[in-house]
Design a protein around this ligand. Structure first.
Ligand SMILES: NC(=O)c1ccc[n+]([C@@H]2O[C@H](COP(=O)([O-])OP(=O)(O)OC[C@H]3O[C@@H](n4cnc5c(N)ncnc54)[C@H](O)[C@@H]3O)[C@@H](O)[C@H]2O)c1
Length: 311
């Protein structure tokens, strides 16, 4: 039986990844310090093939068992979190990734880094392909996350080139779905919470900035396929279907049948205008593309949030 370790495994994406790996017959070790995650996300897992270790990956970790795959997902991910935890965010991207690469090297394990579309910053080209180097403000408030991930990519490639660690880098674009936190500040839970509560939906700026949203099941499938591929350069995994933030608010109001209206606030500093992945590489190399429609994904997510709000 193959063994996989998932750091950040008690988070939104990590917990879905643990579910998929267990379903595929892996033994799974989940490592998380719960800084933004929750044991609630893994409470449903009842098998002796699953181990949870509460640990901060910026500190050294000694594993008794050998592992075959290491997924490095640990990092605050929502802007609210990394603006509140700037040093922890830089440390987990830098020291955490370094420590985990050390474990992968020692175990001869394949290593996957969860990177982000934020490495493209406020992009000057649209859509963004993996060849684009990005437009990041290193000293802006968001720089702590963007630059941590850029460093993490650089050290991952260095371990690949100089220590011959078998590495993968996934650039994740906005993903949504069940187990996001209601108050994590990201646009989907925000809008759904507001719509279900009958409050105004808050749009920052004039709402003409675009985002593309990928449903979590598709995202995790793409991450898994990349890990199992033989491609060691970064690959975008996201949904290229673009919507303006305003359109998005309107769709959520329609699906929830809410009587909420839309209100406008100032745009935060360095908020990217446009985000849209070019997924040509994922299509070609992994045979992957998103399958879940926005309507379907939102329905599943809204159901989850309804259950959380009215258990
Ligand atoms: N969700 C998205 O849309 C998205 C987009 C791009 C990239 N990503 C990346 O995917 C990964 C997972 O994101 P998510 O949305 O699930 O966020 P999340 O906050 O739900 O999960 C991150 C997990 O990492 C854990 N963690 C943070 N620092 C740690 C540390 N030092 N040691 C151990 N555990 C630590 C947290 O407790 C949490 O459980 C992150 O690396 C994030 O940067 C996510």
């Amino acid at each position: 039986m193959k063994k996989a370790m998932v750091t950040g495994g008690a988070g939104f994406l990590g917990s879905h990844l643990c579910d998929l790996l267990l379903a595929k017959g892996f033994e799974v070790i989940c490592v998380d310090n719960l800084i933004t995650g929750s044991e609630q996300n893994i409470a449903h897992i009842k098998t002796d093939k699953f181990t949870f270790i509460k640990h901060d990956v910026t500190k050294p970790l000694y594993l008794e068992d050998n592992i075959d795959f290491l997924f490095q997902l640990a990092s605050p991910a929502s802007p609210i979190d990394y603006l509140e935890l700037p040093i922890q965010t830089l440390k987990v991207g830098a020291l955490g990734t370094h420590n985990m690469l050390g474990i992968a090297k020692e175990h001869g394990a394949r290593f996957l880094l969860a990177s982000t579309s934020e490495v493209y910053g406020d992009p000057l080209v649209n859509p963004q392909s993996e060849e684009y180097w990005g437009n990041v403000n290193p000293i802006g408030p968001r720089g702590v996350y963007d630059e941590a991930k850029r460093f993490a990519e650089a050290i991952t490639m260095a371990y690949h080139r100089y220590h011959e660690v078998d590495t993968r880098v996934v650039r994740i674009f906005n993903t949504y779905g069940p187990r996001m936190r209601l108050n994590d500040g990201r646009v989907v839970p925000n809008f759904i919470k507001q719509a279900l509560g009958g409050e105004d939906l808050t749009v920052y700026g004039d709402g003409s900035q675009t985002r593309s949203f990928c449903y979590v099941r598709d995202e995790i499938d793409g991450i898994y396929r990349l890990m199992m591929s033989d491609y060691s350069h970064p690959v975008n995994i996201g949904n290229p279907e673009e919507h303006t933030i305003l359109e998005f608010a309107e769709i959520i109001i329609r699906i929830t049948g809410s009587s909420s209206r839309i209100s406008f606030k100032d745009l935060p500093v360095d908020d990217p205008r446009q985000r849209k992945p070019d997924i040509t590489k994922a299509r070609k190399l992994l045979g992957w593309e998103p399958k879940v429609s926005l309507e379907q994904g939102l329905k599943e997510t809204i159901k989850y949030f309804k259950d959380v709000l009215e258990p």
